[in-house]
Design a protein around this ligand. Structure first.
Ligand code: FAD
Length: 406
């Protein structure tokens, strides 16, 4: 069995591990620093992020954008490794960025590969070795170092970084328990659920809406109580709702037993305004088919689905609608209910909610409280952010912080 000795071993070649390796290798030019990656190449998730454009940060990142058992760590990182510091660093290694109207930051080239390339080029300049196709199974103390156990080799290192990411293995072929390394030194893992994912719904009309996009407001209702609303583009698929606004509700919904999403396609209109608008459109369409009520307003299939969900015969003419049918239609338009199905499917999720318990990590150094000389960073920790660059920002800022500790 081969044995490799290093000063620092970073387990996981994702955003956080690569950033950590860049910073650490610059600080210790004469020490051997290695990145161990179980997949056949590093940074696969960076390449698929942001629809392959990589939304790498968000200038308005603040504590409210994150859910976690590591609040003090998130606060520390936002203050000491804010987006500006992460972006200055990227600039120093060659990446130019642009910021959109919602403060989301992308590479100027709009290519996710640019982000990965500048990180890997810096690693090459700093002589960091990438060891791919190698999964670390466990770690244990060995004298003043740690022994990292892999199937065909042993790695001995003074400092170890666990940057193994979340349970969602979206872009990766190799699926396994990403938390076993942290568990091998005694860390506890909080409950894991998928987040930033499409939300599956039970609805007689959802199939007919497949492929349609509409602007609107979505509200998560848990046990009858509205708990979170978001506005933006809603995307309909054969069995689910998605789009950034829905992604941002998925965390709450995937953890709730009794949840529904309320869709408002005219969120700026009151119920009375919607009803008045329906009456004036009925006057306009008169003897036309009732489906024409929505011509010029929504996609045809949305109109039909709204009628069906209001129990209205789609074959009748608009002037035959009764007052109670008009009220039912206004109700649906004002508050279109979709019963949700709780999902534990990580394959379509961008992020994992839950992870290594933040209470077991020093919030200023990110050192494990279970094992001195072992550090944790990135999505492996129980921190998940909203959609919009907040997760990569956390991965990069925590990677920077740990890189400075090594
Ligand atoms: C499709 C998609 C799009 C996304 N888009 C965005 C976006 O635009 N903006 C944003 O902010 N966030 C986005 N995210 C989320 C973001 O990519 C992640 O939060 C971030 O990449 C996490 O980085 P990480 O380094 O912590 O983990 P990962 O990137 O998951 O890296 C962990 C690495 O560790 C390796 N590994 C795990 N266990 C072991 C082991 N035992 N031994 C060796 N190697 C191991 C894994 O193979 C992996 O390569 C997206 C995610 C997905 C899936």
């Amino acid at each position: 069995m081969e044995t490799i000795k290093a000063y620092a071993a970073i387990i996981g070649g994702g955003a956080s591990g690569l950033m950590c390796a860049c910073i650490a290798s610059k600080r210790h030019p004469n020490e051997k620093i290695i990145v161990i990656e179980k997949d056949n190449r590093v940074g696969k998730k960076i390449l698929v992020s942001g629809n392959s454009r990589c939304n790498l940060s968000n200038l308005s990142a603040c504590a409210d954008n994150y859910n976690s058992s590591f609040e003090s760590g998130v606060d520390f990182l936002l203050e000491n490794y804010p987006p500006s510091k992460v972006l200055d660093y990227f600039y120093s290694i060659g990446l130019l960025t642009m910021t959109d109207s919602e403060n989301r930051v992308y590479p100027l080239s709009r290519q996710a590969s640019a982000v990965l390339s500048v990180l890997r080029n810096e690693l090459k300049r700093n002589k960091v070795q990438e060891i791919c196709d190698t999964e670390v199974v466990s770690i244990c103390k060995s004298g003043d170092s740690y022994k990292l156990n892999c199937a065909d080799k042993t790695i001995v290192a003074k400092k170890v970084v666990i940057a193994t990411g979340g349970k969602n293995n979206y872009a990766q072929k190799v699926a396994s328990n990403t938390y076993k390394v942290a568990q091998s030194i005694g860390h506890n893992i909080t409950a894991l659920t998928p987040t930033l994912s499409p939300v599956k719904v039970e609805s007689k009309v959802i199939k007919s809406l497949k492929g349609i996009r509409a602007q609107g407001k979505v509200t998560a209702v848990i046990n009858g109580k509205a708990v979170k609303s978001e506005q933006g583009e809603i995307q309909f698929s054969a069995d689910s709702l998605s789009g950034i606004c829905v992604f941002n509700l998925s965390r709450i919904i995937n953890r709730a037993k009794n949840a529904e999403i309320i869709v408002q396609l005219l969120p700026d209109f009151s119920f009375t305004e919607i009803k008045d608008m329906l009456y004036s459109r009925i006057e306009l369409t008169g003897k036309d088919n009732v489906q024409e009520l929505f011509t010029g307003l929504f996609h045809k299939n949305i109109g039909i689905a709204l009628l069906k969900c209001s129990n209205i015969d789609t074959a009748k003419t608009a002037d035959k609608l009764t007052n109670s049918e008009i009220k039912a239609l206004a109700d649906t338009l004002n508050s279109w209910k979709f019963k949700t199905i709780r999902s534990s499917d990580f394959s379509t999720a961008q992020v994992t909610c839950g992870g290594i318990n933040g209470k077991e990590i020093d919030s200023c150094t990110l050192e494990s409280k279970k094992a001195k000389g072992v550090y944790l960073c990135g999505e492996a920790i129980d921190v998940d952010g909203d959609c919009g660059g907040f997760n990569l920002q956390f991965a990069f800022s925590s990677g920077m912080c740990v890189g400075e500790q090594l």
